[in-house]
Design a binder for this molecule. Structure first.
Ligand code: FE2
Length: 214
């Protein structure tokens, strides 16, 4: 079959499209480069509250109307819930739970002494900027695990994420933790809180971690 020669008009149209296609490819390549690592899923563990406490606000360092603080280094934990391009995800529910300084979860099945001033579980909804902000205490340790904080994020139109956070000043202990070790290097970074000390005086810590949803 003999091909029809291209008209001058059609040729002009096709060549004009070439730089446009090139730019589009470069854009998607650059876009891929800045994409964040999605926060990996990790086990929920047995201590997600079957019954939520009477106080579930974002301040786990006090329980109810108590005037006494929970024992431990006060930790302000904050960051943003974002997508892979860094766009804020507002209106997402962030749930947080971890053990007290004694290594005790505040769960109906837990046995043994616990810090009654510690709230054990808290939740909030991200604001317009996708930000979250909890006050708590640095969790204690219990056998077989590095210090960690459990969390769950529920955002409209996305499947819920259940995962755990670790501390960047506990590298040796993290590397002995079976759940942490199972993650890739990028995934470990995505769940490791950047800890700064002394943000609000002695025995206070500030922790930063963005949560990235697929
Ligand atoms: Fe745990």
């Amino acid at each position: 079959m003999k091909l029809k020669p291209l008209s001058r008009r059609k040729l002009l149209f096709l060549t004009a499209a070439i730089p446009v296609l090139g730019a589009a490819n470069r854009l998607s390549f650059a876009d891929e480069l800045v994409r964040r690592t999605v926060t990996p899923r990790q086990t929920e563990g047995p201590f997600y509250p079957r019954r939520k406490p009477s106080d579930v606000d974002n301040d786990l360092a006090v329980f109810g109307n108590s005037e006494d603080l929970a024992v431990g280094d006060l930790l302000t934990l904050k960051g943003r819930v974002i997508d892979r391009q860094g766009n804020a995800i507002s209106g997402a529910r962030v749930e947080l739970w971890h053990c007290d300084h004694l290594g005790q979860y505040h769960h109906v099945d837990a046995e043994g002494p616990s810090d009654t001033n510690f709230q054990g579980y808290g939740e909030l909804t991200t604001n317009e900027a996708g930000s979250y902000n909890f006050r708590t205490v640095k969790p204690g340790k219990y056998p077989g695990r590095a210090r960690h904080i459990h969390f769950k994020v529920i955002a409209a139109g996305r499947s819920p994420l259940t995962s755990q956070m670790y501390f960047d000043d506990e590298t040796d202990s993290n590397m002995r933790d079976g759940i942490y070790k199972r993650l890739s290097v990028k995934e470990r970074t995505a769940v490791t809180i950047e800890i700064r000390s002394g943000a609000q005086g002695e025995n206070t810590l500030e922790g930063l971690l963005d949560i990235v949803l697929a």
